[in-house]
Design a protein around this ligand. Structure first.
Ligand code: PRT
Ligand code: ZN
Length: 302
């Protein structure tokens, strides 16, 4: 059932505890939100803005958005995509759309095989049993590839199913790959590249929540931009600046300042919106830069 009541406070659902709990709290804190912890720790009242928090299991987040109980949620794309397929199959309301990727909590939903099996093509999986906590995403991939395999649903510990003999292979989340290796499995096909996302209903609420949602999304954009930005400072001969500028990754127009006592040399500073690697620094040094400094950026208001 969808709640149609208007509200003047925005509600964001995030994971109460688990891999995404700290990441979500940290993002909202960086957006300037402060919350009062309630005694049951499920609902936190927003003190700095009319934005409250619901602390729930990650699997409940898409449903809370679909019911209109939460206006936004921070959840893995894997959870959102799985529940979107289930909702569509049941003719239910979509559990929200992805409004922003958050470039954190990255993982992939992959099919993994016992190490002794060689993967060549999807047809090889015909008739096999695949254990997973993501039955809809797996069934969708199997259908798109014309494979009739048996989907064995397991809520957790999917990786031990082949050893227990309850499945031939698995379809599970992978990040470093260490869990697969420890269970004598290897990644064969990536079904979905996942990361934390901010999700919400496609339509912006028509009451006060609409503006709050837009304001928060703008702040989130700023936080993400800052997270990936670095301030680069260096000295170089004026004649080398053009070459050095070409090496700077995703840089804003740099500021050039004179250096006292060295009329041919300038100090350069530029914000780069992307990773500044050792290779970039070494290339700039070769091009004539010295005194290279790379600093984190705290806030940007362009
Ligand atoms: O209690 P609640 O239901 O809220 O939490 P949960 O136990 O269902 O989820 P949680 O906290 O484990 O994960 C939340 C979200 O984090 C997931 O939905 C993903 O979007 C994201 N995420 C990122 C991961 C991983 N990385 C991850 N590595 N979720 C799970 N894993 C597991 C995976 O299932 C496997 O068991 O870690 C293992 C593999 O890790 P590697 O590094 O060994 O490959
Ligand atoms: Zn969960």
């Amino acid at each position: 059932m969808t709640t149609t009541k208007t509200r003047d406070r925005l509600r964001i659902a995030i994971q109460k505890s688990g891999r995404m709990a700290d990441v979500s709290q940290d993002l909202l804190a960086r957006c300037g939100l402060k919350f009062r912890q309630s005694r049951d720790k499920l609902f936190c009242f927003g003190e700095s803005m009319p934005i409250d928090l619901l602390l729930v299991r990650d699997d409940d987040i898409p449903g809370l958005i679909a019911q209109g109980v939460a206006d936004l949620g921070i959840v893995g794309r894997n959870v959102l995509a799985e529940q979107a397929l289930v909702a569509r199959a049941n003719g239910e309301a979509a559990p929200g759309v992805e409004l922003r990727p958050l470039n954190t909590s990255r993982c992939r939903l992959s099919i993994a095989l016992p190490q002794e099996m060689n993967y060549e093509n999807p047809q090889q999986l015909q008739g096999l049993r695949i254990a997973t906590s993501y039955p809809a995403l797996l069934a969708d991939w199997l259908a798109r590839n014309g494979v009739a395999a048996k989907v064995v649903f397991l809520a957790g510990s999917v990786e031990i199913a082949p050893r227990l003999g309850t499945a031939d292979l698995i379809c599970d989340l992978v990040s470093s790959g260490a869990t697969l290796t420890a269970n004598q499995l290897k990644e064969a096909v990536v079904l979905l590249d996942s990361e934390a996302v901010i999700a919400g209903p496609e339509e912006v609420p028509l009451d006060e929540r609409g503006e709050l949602r837009e304001l928060l999304l703008r702040r989130i954009d700023g936080v993400i931009q800052v997270r990936e930005s670095k301030l680069v400072m260096l000295h170089a001969a004026r004649s080398a600046i053009e070459t050095i500028r070409a090496i700077l990754p995703n840089a804003q127009t740099p500021t050039l300042l004179p250096i006292e006592g060295s009329p041919d040399r300038v100090a350069l500073q530029a914000v780069c919106y992307g990773a500044v690697t050792w290779t970039h620094l070494e290339d700039m040094k070769r091009a004539g830069a010295s005194q290279l400094l790379v600093l984190p950026v705290e806030k940007i208001l362009a």
